[in-house]
Design a protein around this ligand. Sequence first.
Ligand SMILES: Cc1cc2nc3c(=O)[nH]c(=O)nc-3n(C[C@H](O)[C@H](O)[C@H](O)COP(=O)(O)O)c2cc1C
Length: 234
Amino acid sequence: MSEVSARPALEAVRARRSWSKVTDAAPDAAELLELVAAAGRVADHSSLRPWRIIELRGDDRLALGAAIAKADGDDKPSTKPLRAPLLIAIVASYRDSGKVPHWEQEAVASGVAHVLSLLLDEAGWGVIWRTGHYTRSKAVAQAHGLGKHEELLGWLYVGGKPERSRPERRKAVDASGFVSRMPAVTTVPDQPSLPDQPSLPGEIAHWRNKPDKGKKHKKADKGEKKKAKKPDKG
Ligand SMILES: Cc1cc2nc3c(=O)[nH]c(=O)nc-3n(C[C@H](O)[C@H](O)[C@H](O)COP(=O)(O)O)c2cc1C
C-alpha cells in the first residue's frame, strides 16, 4: 500500500519533469476544466483573472501548423503542433487597471500555466511547455482569435506518458546559489541612524523619523482609553 504524503505539493513539484515525447492519449475537456479551475487559484493582484486558455485538438493543430508556416514564410505547414494530441494555448489577457501593470498580469498568466502543467503531471499526463519565435506573430495570434489586449505565452503540449521512456536525469537545484540577502548599505544620505536601529537606507530612516509616525496608533489608543473610562452599566 502506498503511503499518503503529508506534503503532496512538495512531492509533486519534486517529481515533475517535462515530457517531450507523449502518446496519443489526452485528458478530456471535463478533466481539463477541473484542473484549470484549480490552477486559476494562483495569486492574482486585484483578482483580475488576466488569462484564458484555448484547447487545440485534432485539426486545430493543423490550423496552428499553417499559421506557423505563414509566420515563417514556409510553403508547407509546420508539423510541430502534431507532437501531442492536446495543445493548451496560454493567453495573457490584459485587463484595464490603474493599479496592476501588464507585467504583473503576465506573471499571473504564467503562474496559471506552471500550476496547470504541474497538476497535469500529477494526474499522470506528460506535459512540456513550448514556444517558438512565431509565438507572438500576427498569423498565430489570428489563428487563435486573440484580441488586441492579448498575448500568447506558448503552449502546453499534453499527452500520455510513454511507458518505456528513459528515466530523465534532472539536475537538482542548489537553492543556496539562488537565495541571498540585500546588499549591505554603505551610506545613509543625510539621515543619522537611530540609536536602537541598524543603518537604514535614507528613505526608510526618514519614514522612521517622521514626527507624525505613530499618530494613528496614538489616536486609537486614546479612543480605547475613553471607552475604558465609561462606567460599566452591566
Ligand atoms: C515559457 C517557456 C517556454 C519554453 N519553450 C520551450 C520550447 O520551445 N522548446 C523546449 O524544448 N522547451 C521549452 N521550454 C522548457 C521546457 O518546457 C522544460 O521546462 C525544459 O525542457 C526543462 O525540462 P524540465 O521541465 O523537465 O526540467 C519552455 C519553458 C517555458 C517556461
